[in-house]
Design a binder for this molecule. Structure first.
Ligand code: NDP
Length: 293
């Protein structure tokens, strides 16, 4: 019999992911702000669960996509009476390994399996069903999660035990933060020397300094001056913080990532909760007194 899949969290990335999952499996959705789930249901024909408890009750597999592991723990432990043996929780949040292990242990006592399944590829990757997904969990749970995750992924990797998907995702996003800072600073300096961004990027993107930041984010968001808001800086700051914890716990030097963490924390304070991660470049431009165009 087909799995009944429920999706919790219709935010910037959860929403396009849920579209794919629900199109393939049907099932229930729930979002804290009901207006968002109503709009989603109008557009997709999905069924909105009357409460998060009803969603857990009515699903074999639950997918969560919330800001941090704290909200996941809150939702999971707040529906204690609804969880039953044989269910699976797939957590697509970019979570922190320690809290994921705690949630997995709590659910495990109730016979429920847990897989951390953070994603990369942004809202456009999610809309296209082309995310990269890193799975942490036991082989059987990961195998069960596969067909559900496949609906929105181009790349799925089983990384290791619970929490390893989260650790890898955090490191990936720490690299993203370092790249944004480095590219912003470098291009601002070149702009001050009178080198247009298009010319600088033409060379960098054919050279060893290229990255997703220089190939996509800077041209599409900074040079265009469009500054779309798709991934909140506050969430990137959270991810880099998780990465720093991983580096500290493993006794690895963390100078570059430590600096990126400071920039994210400062940027989050100055730009506010809704600012996009690429807006970090605005602060570099402001300080340098130049625009990257
Ligand atoms: P958003 O801030 O857009 O959405 C967050 C979602 O969580 C909303 O549905 C929100 O509900 C819900 N939520 C927040 N607090 C609670 C709570 N206490 N209880 C229940 N629900 C809650 O975040 P994103 O969708 O961008 O990100 C979700 C996760 O995915 C994060 O971990 C992020 O790091 C990760 N991610 C995001 C990417 C992106 O490009 N945006 C890319 C890759 C990973 P409400 O509608 O009520 O606010």
């Amino acid at each position: 019999m087909a799995e009944r899949v429920g999706f919790i969290g219709l935010g910037a990335i959860g929403r396009p992911m849920a579209k794919h999952v629900i199109a393939r499996f049907g099932g229930l959705v729930w979002n804290r702000t009901p207006e968002r789930s109503r709009r989603f249901a109008d557009e997709t024909g999905a069924t909105v669960a009357p409460s998060v408890a009803a969603l857990v009750e009515g699903s074999d597999v639950v997918v969560t996509c919330l800001p941090t592991s704290r909200e996941v723990r809150e939702v999971v432990q707040g529906t204690e009476r609804q969880w039953r043996s044989g269910q699976l929780l797939i957590d697509a949040t970019s979570g922190d390994p320690a809290t994921s292990r705690e949630i997995a242990a709590w659910l495990g006592q109730r016979g429920v399996s847990f897989v951390d399944a953070p994603v990369s590829g942004g809202t456009s990757g999610a809309a296209a069903g082309k995310l990269a997904v890193m799975l942490g969990g036991e082989a059987a749970a990961v195998a069960r999660a596969h067909p559900i995750v496949e609906t929105c992924a181009a790349k799925i990797v089983h990384v290791g035990g619970v929490g390893t998907g989260d650790a890898l995702k955090a490191i990936n996003n720490a690299l993203l933060a370092v790249s944004i800072e480095a590219a912003g600073e470098g291009l601002a300096a070149l702009a001050k020397l009178g080198v247009p961004a298009a010319k600088a990027l033409e060379v960098i993107n054919a050279s060893s300094g290229r990255s997703n930041v220089t190939e996509n984010l800077i041209p599409e968001r900074v040079v265009s001056r469009k500054w779309p808001r798709t991934f909140r800086l506050a969430l990137l700051d959270k991810d880099v913080g998780i990465a720093l914890d991983v580096l500290r716990q493993t006794g690895v030097p963390h100078e570059a990532i430590g600096m990126a963490k400071q920039a994210c924390a400062e940027g989050r304070k100055r730009l506010g909760a809704e600012a996009d991660h690429v807006e970090l470049v605005k602060l570099i431009e402001e300080q340098a007194g130049v625009e990257i165009r």
